[in-house]
Design a protein around this ligand. Structure first.
Ligand code: SF4
Ligand code: SF4
Length: 523
């Protein structure tokens, strides 16, 4: 049958359609999310090989490479099968016609056709979700920036706020820096738009920004590097001991820790950063890893980093923060702190200040940032962020509050709270917010529920990634982080839910976990 070129051509195109649908479609769905190398078949060895050729590569290339190799393989099957068939056929005809048939074009046309068909079938599956029972990437894209079925309160860009500037400064502990009370959080800063937002915030008096290599897979550091040209010396810059792929585990070699910071310096276009954090630290072992401390000491000696810090917002926050304070090694502590926070935190913050004169940076200041999506909160939503910032800054032991700036409007909105004390109206807004989010917001990822889960799921992390997707608008980041968890919430739907009732905040854990899995899983 396959000695007839026509039959071979049809078989090749059919193969391309099937392989394209299942293989190319799979990759076309997953690659644009920017998943980590480990999410792909042979992803990690492929990534290592790629780094040998492109040592400066910052992103996971494995998915893209597998996509390209699969396409090439489909094209090659078409090419060789067709050429073989044509040659077999040509052996039966006269010499002149044989030469024509076996020429260079004998398989090229089918190879090209296979590529087009494989790409089309892949796009139909990956981008349109044909045959999958969902909308493919189109569905993900529709969720991005959508309201998830909740009526959003479009914040009014109020005339009164326009032109707001930093009005309050505080001493950042023993660093001696007098920093703006509002700090530019750059988790949502990327590209030219982000650069513009950062420039405006700096122009209006923000003199401290907090970035990280793993924000937008280094997009934040790159944008900030462009935004600070010419004004670097006026700024206090904080980054993290991380790579664009995420945290470095305890025991990472000293040289690798140092290389990660040097890569940050390159992206930021500066010779030094003021502060480097052990980032999002949930275990004392990583906090006190002697290699990270040696790396810091050497970087400090070389003038590349001035101060050491840590950030934590995990179930072990109190344990990690206490260990960090007791060590006396850290100049700055950045921790989740917002209204309605659980009791030990003010005391912990006071200890950091009184015992070691540490700078204290409050993060996660908007308690989930659900205000624009809450039904029944339309009137208050515009002023919520200012009330929340004022509440955080009402603690005199807090040096400053970091908040994610994403839009130009945020510069006016957030800086309007600078230097102000909370009023009775602000407190009423915060109380209303708390009552509306009761049962849905995992704050502050306290971990009380963890022992109740027989599957040992990282409930706090799953719910945090859901928050990134749903409330922060960092949809791809939420999906990427969720895909990197060792255990996910796929088992929750068939579980008898012993976690029920274990959350002191009355969060309906099973329901929230099932919803998180649906929201954060690509297929
Ligand atoms: S429902 Fe999910 S989170 Fe709750 S106990 Fe079961 S597996 Fe754990
Ligand atoms: S679900 Fe409740 S108990 Fe569990 S980490 Fe979140 S706030 Fe704490």
């Amino acid at each position: 049958m396959f000695d007839r070129p026509r039959n071979t051509a049809l078989a090749c195109l059919l193969f391309a359609a099937v392989a394209g649908y299942f293989v190319i479609g799979h990759y076309l769905y997953k690659v644009p999310i920017g998943l980590d190398a480990s999410a792909f078949l042979l992803g990690e060895p492929l990534q290592k090989l790629t780094l040998l050729v492109f040592p400066r590569l910052q992103h996971a290339a494995s998915g893209g490479i597998l996509l390209g190799l699969s396409l090439l393989a489909i094209g090659a099957v078409g090419f060789f099968a067709m050429r073989r068939s044509v040659r077999a056929r040509a052996a039966k005809v006269d010499a002149g016609r044989r030469e024509f048939l076996t020429g260079a074009g004998s398989g090229a046309g089918i190879a090209l056709g296979s590529l087009v068909i494989a790409g089309g079938a892949g796009a139909a599956r990956g981008f349109l979700g044909v045959g999958l029972g969902h909308d493919g990437w189109r569905g993900v894209a529709a969720n991005i920036g959508s309201d998830q079925g909740i009526v959003k309160t479009n914040p009014e860009w109020k005339q009164d706020w326009k032109g707001a500037r930093v009005k309050g400064h505080r001493r950042l502990g023993r660093t001696g820096w007098n920093v703006s009370d509002i700090v530019l959080g750059t988790g949502g800063i990327r590209g030219e738009d982000g650069e513009q937002v950062a420039r405006l915030a700096i122009e209006r008096g923000v003199n401290y920004f907090d970035t990280s290599p793993d924000y937008a897979a280094s997009g934040s550091e790159q944008a900030m590097g462009r935004a600070i040209r010419g004004v670097r010396d006026k700024l206090f810059i904080a980054t993290k001991f991380c790579t664009p792929m995420g945290h470095l585990p305890p025991g990472t070699p000293v040289a690798k820790y140092m290389a990660a910071v040097e890569a940050s310096l390159g992206r930021l276009g500066t010779d030094y950063v003021d502060l480097c954090h052990v980032h999002s630290c949930d275990e004392v072992e990583r906090l006190l890893d002697e290699n990270v401390h040696e790396a810091f000491d050497r970087l400090k000696q070389q003038g590349k980093v001035r101060f050491l810090g840590f950030s934590t917002h995990t179930p072990n926050l109190v344990q990690v923060a206490n260990a960090g304070i007791s060590s006396g090694r850290f100049d700055v502590m950045m921790l989740a702190y917002h209204h309605g926070m659980w009791a030990p935190l003010p005391e912990l913050i006071g200890r950091a200040r009184s015992e070691h004169d540490m700078g204290v940076v409050a993060m996660k200041t908007l308690k989930g940032a659900k205000h624009h999506g809450l039904v029944g909160f339309r009137e208050e939503a515009d002023s919520y962020s200012q009330a929340a910032l004022k509440w955080v800054l009402s603690n005199p032991n807090v040096s400053c509050a970091v908040i994610s700036f994403v839009k130009l409007q945020h510069v006016d909105e957030y800086l309007f709270a600078s230097g102000q004390q909370p009023t009775a109206d602000d407190v009423a807004i915060l109380e209303k917010y708390d009552s509306l989010i009761r049962g849905t917001h995992c704050a502050p990822h306290c971990g009380v529920c963890l022992d109740s889960c027989p599957e040992q799921l990282p409930i706090h992390d799953v719910l945090r990634h859901r928050m990134y997707f749903e409330d922060y608008g960092w949809e791809k980041e939420g999906m990427r982080l969720y895909s990197m968890l060792e255990k996910n919430a796929s088992v929750c739907a068939s579980c008898s839910a012993p976690c029920l009732g274990s959350c002191p905040l009355e969060i309906r854990i099973q329901e929230r976990m099932i919803g998180a899995h649906e929201l954060l899983t690509p297929s």
